[in-house]
Design a protein around this ligand. Structure first.
Ligand SMILES: Cc1cc2nc3c(=O)[nH]c(=O)nc-3n(C[C@H](O)[C@H](O)[C@H](O)COP(=O)(O)OP(=O)(O)OC[C@H]3O[C@@H](n4cnc5c(N)ncnc54)[C@H](O)[C@@H]3O)c2cc1C
Length: 327
């Protein structure tokens, strides 16, 4: 009997895998285990042989490759994946809950006339058809949602559920070519560019700095200097919005943005539950607060009990000596 496959779409950034790609390879492996299937990746790259080394530790058995580099229009990527899925009948098609992943995933689902469940944090096979767990009401509750259409089952995977786990001695995935869609694109990429950090949405940031009541308006230039040095995006608490330190769209927490970044530096923030809810997916939290008993320290990987301004001035000085850049 042919064993079915779980495919993860692996996004690329130039000639390398994007940050989510290896975690999506792990997700294919994890989901394949639940459904007794084979894990595979789908990638668009002129030089897939060079990407194989990067995905090898994550246990994929196959790497389906369309030998064309991104950027391609999501329409063409989706149609190429859809055609390959019709030919090869995978059981699952997984996409990261990124803007490209969602764009492509929903198009593939529409093309195949299948349901698309997103953003999922887990999958199960208890019921007759597979089901997905997804968080609802901004993380306050979970729901189990089942597909009512036959396979393939398509899903977007929540970024906070993604984790790259390498497997010692994993074998090299088999490389299988798939064709680029012959369908003419109905739109064309004219130009793409990196947005200025000050315009970047907080939920897209890799490094974020949060300001609270302990930061005064005339200290914001120091915070911005730090942001520039560490390529961070500045946000903060509801009180910081009330105090005019940041605009409302930069508020972090239950009634603001939810972060999914690698590092969050909290300056003069007490750590109220409504704020902390917005940073629960952050990988590393550094908190600087003068009050030892501030609740933020319970959530911090590194806590500094001190005046934040002195600490940040020292940090900027240190970074300047290391990079040779004038303060
Ligand atoms: C319905 C509702 C929704 C809410 N939604 C949100 C939300 O989405 N996001 C949010 O953030 N809040 C939200 N809040 C508000 C939240 O409850 C807190 O009031 C708020 O987060 C506190 O902000 P803060 O930490 O800046 O201020 P404070 O709680 O006043 O804390 C200031 C901290 O700064 C420290 N400090 C002072 N000076 C210094 C210094 N020089 N150096 C270092 N530390 C210093 C103090 O020790 C203190 O811990 C909500 C509240 C409600 C009722």
């Amino acid at each position: 009997m042919m064993v079915s496959e779980v495919w993860s779409f692996l996004e690329t950034d130039g000639d390398r895998l994007s940050d989510t790609a290896v975690s999506m390879a792990t997700e294919a492996k994890r989901t394949a285990k639940i459904f007794n299937a084979r894990p595979a990746g789908v990638v668009f790259s002129q030089a897939p042989e060079e990407l194989i080394d990067a995905v090898q530790p994550y246990g994929l058995e196959k790497l389906y490759c369309c030998r064309r580099d991104l950027p391609l229009s999501p329409e063409i990527i989706a149609d190429s994946i859809r055609t390959a899925a019709v030919d090869l009948s995978p059981e699952f098609l997984l996409f990261a809950d990124t803007s490209l992943g969602t764009d492509v995933g929903t198009r593939v689902a529409a093309g195949l006339q299948r349901g698309f469940i997103s953003p999922c944090t887990d999958f199960s096979r208890d019921a007759e058809t597979p089901a997905a767990r997804k968080s609802i009401y901004r993380g306050k509750a979970d729901a189990i949602v089942a597909w009512t259409t036959p396979p393939p089952y398509l899903a977007g995977v929540a970024l906070e559920a993604l984790e790259a786990t390498s497997i010692a001695g994993a074998s090299r995935p088999e490389l299988v070519d798939i064709a680029l869609s012959a369908q003419p694109s109905r739109n064309r990429l004219e130009r793409s560019w990196a947005v200025d950090l000050s315009e970047l949405d907080l939920s897209e940031a890799t490094v974020a700095i949060g300001v609270g009541k302990g930061v005064a308006p005339d200290q914001m230039s120091l915070v911005e200097q730090l942001a520039e040095r560490i390529q961070g995006v500045v946000g903060g608490t509801r009180i910081a919005v009330y105090d005019g330190l940041i605009p409302h769209e930069r508020q972090i927490g239950t009634t603001g943005k939810w972060l999914d970044c690698d590092l969050y530096i909290a300056l003069g923030i007490s750590g109220a539950p409504q704020h902390v809810m917005g940073i629960k997916s952050v990988k590393k939290v550094i908190a600087i607060n003068i009050a030892r008993e501030a609740p933020i320290f319970k959530f911090a990987h590194l806590g500094v009990v001190h005046d934040w301004q002195e600490v940040i001035e020292g940090l900027i000085k240190l970074l300047s000596t290391r990079t040779g850049k004038a303060q």
